[in-house]
Design a protein around this ligand. Structure first.
Ligand code: ATP
Length: 143
C-alpha cells in the first residue's frame, strides 16, 4: 500500500518514544509516498531504533531525504558504534559483538538478520555506517 512518508515516520517516532521513554529527534520534510507494507516497515524501523536505544545513551535521530530520485530513511545514534572487523558480520544470525555493553543488553543477535531478510523481501536496500565509539547510522533505501 501507499504510505505518506512524513506522517508515517512521525507516528513511528512517537510510538517508539512512548514505548521506551527515549527521545527521538525527527528531521523529515518530504512529501514522498512509498509503496510497501506499513506494518512491516514499522517493524523494520523498530528493530533499528531498538538497537540505537540499546547501544547508545543520547537522543536518536530519525530522518528522511530524497537523493538521486530515491527515498532514504536514516536512523542515527551516537553510541558505542561497531568496529571494522565486526561490521561485515552483524547481519549474520546470532552474531553479537563481544563487548560488555552487548552482553549486558542480553539480546539474541537475531534482530539484524531478521531485518535483512525483511528488507530483501520488501525490496529495500540497507546500508550500515558505523564508527567505534562514535555511533551508527542505518540507511533504508527504497527503489
Ligand atoms: P536482538 O536480537 O535482541 O536484537 P542484538 O541486538 O544482539 O539482539 P542484532 O540486532 O542482530 O542483535 O545486532 C547484532 C550486534 O550488532 C549487536 O549484538 C551489537 O553488538 C551490534 N549492534 C547492532 N546495532 C548497533 C548499534 N546501533 N550500535 C552499536 N552496536 C550495534
Amino acid at each position: 500500500n501507499d504510505i505518506q512518508l512524513k506522517p508515517f515516520l512521525l507516528q513511528t517516532a512517537k510510538a517508539f518514544e512512548q514505548a521506551y521513554n527515549r527521545k527521538i529527534s525527527f528531521n523529515c520534510d518530504e512529501t514522498s509516498i512509498v509503496r510497501t507494507d506499513e506494518q512491516k516497515l514499522k517493524q523494520l524501523l523498530f528493530i533499528f531504533l531498538d538497537n540505537a536505544r540499546k547501544y547508545s545513551d543520547d537522543d536518536i535521530i530519525l530522518s528522511c531525504e530524497k537523493k538521486n530520485q530515491k527515498v532514504l530513511i536514516h536512523i542515527q545514534d551516537f553510541g558505542s558504534g561497531i568496529g571494522e572487523k565486526d561490521l561485515p558480520r552483524v547481519f549474520e544470525r546470532f552474531y553479537r559483538v563481544d563487548e560488555a555493553r552487548t552482553r549486558q543488553n542480553g539480546g539474541t543477535g537475531l534482530g539484524l538478520s531478521l531485518a535483512k531478510e525483511m528488507a530483501d523481501v520488501m525490496g529495500i536496500q540497507l546500508e550500515l555506517k558505523s564508527e567505534k565509539g562514535a555511533g551508527t547510522t542505518v540507511t533504508l533505501i527504497f527503489n
